[in-house]
Design a protein around this ligand. Structure first.
Ligand SMILES: CC(C)(COP(=O)(O)OP(=O)(O)OC[C@H]1O[C@@H](n2cnc3c(N)ncnc32)[C@H](O)[C@@H]1OP(=O)(O)O)[C@@H](O)C(=O)NCCC(=O)NCCS
Length: 192
């Protein structure tokens, strides 16, 4: 059975071994897991093996999904959904009200999964990635709804007592490109 838990520095080598992990994540993960920048990172573990990973970073009111990956032999079993909704619950517990991400327009799995979870397409950033590919910009404007879709066992394992997310109070601000993290490059299929 696959369980979620918070990622720790000891997970580094297992996470970087996951195929399709973003190149920037691969390079910066040690720093990310060391907690130098406060952000939530979650692993999915099956039979002692790390089979999934997701990480976010926080803007003032929103969760920005930085990367998510599920090992190919474990895809289409709901692990991606559990990782996204778990990060939503952690973000909601911090007071965030919305979630956003970028995804390559050619990505076959990410955008369909996000739409399945209630994200909407808010536009395309032309040439967002360093190889020139465009990015979909996607938003979920009611983090509480997304967070409440998290599995109870996952919430318990992650130490989220209950999901009481503040309701969005108005239109959600879409950040300019300059405001997005610039230390991460965009050479691979990372989320944002
Ligand atoms: C995107 C990814 C994380 C999805 O993980 P997953 O565990 O397979 O996703 P889930 O099983 O939770 O999928 C939930 C729903 O999303 C949709 N979905 C997921 N993958 C899909 C795909 N390849 N094609 C179409 N729909 C898809 C489906 O509606 C699915 O429900 P269903 O299986 O009952 O039809 C996984 O494909 C992956 O690791 N891809 C490589 C890395 C990547 O692209 N990350 C995202 C960058 S934007």
């Amino acid at each position: 059975m696959t369980a979620l838990r918070r990622a720790t520095p000891d997970d580094h080598d297992h996470v970087v071994a996951l195929p399709d992990l973003g190149g920037a994540t691969r390079r910066l993960l040690a720093k990310d897991l060391a907690g130098e920048v406060p952000r939530h990172a979650v692993v999915a573990v099956d039979d002692g093996e790390v089979v999934g990973f997701a990480m976010e970073t926080r803007q003032p009111d929103e969760v920005h999904l930085l990367d998510i990956v599920v090992r190919p032999d474990h895809r289409r079993h709901g692990i991606g959904r559990r990782l996204v909704t778990a990060l939503a619950a952690l973000g909601a517990a911090d007071g965030a009200t919305a979630m956003t991400l970028e995804a390559r327009v050619s990505n076959p799995g990410g955008p369909p999964m996000y739409r399945h979870l209630g994200f909407t397409d808010s536009g395309v950033r032309p040439g967002y990635y360093q190889d020139g590919e465009d990015a979909f910009v996607m938003w979920h404007h009611d983090l509480g709804v997304l967070a409440r879709a998290a599995d109870a066992d996952d919430l318990s394992a992650l130490g989220v007592a209950s999901v009481v997310a503040p309701r969005p109070t108005g239109p959600v601000r879409v950040p300019d490109l300059d405001e997005l993290e610039t230390e991460r490059d965009t050479t691979t299929g990372r989320v944002g």
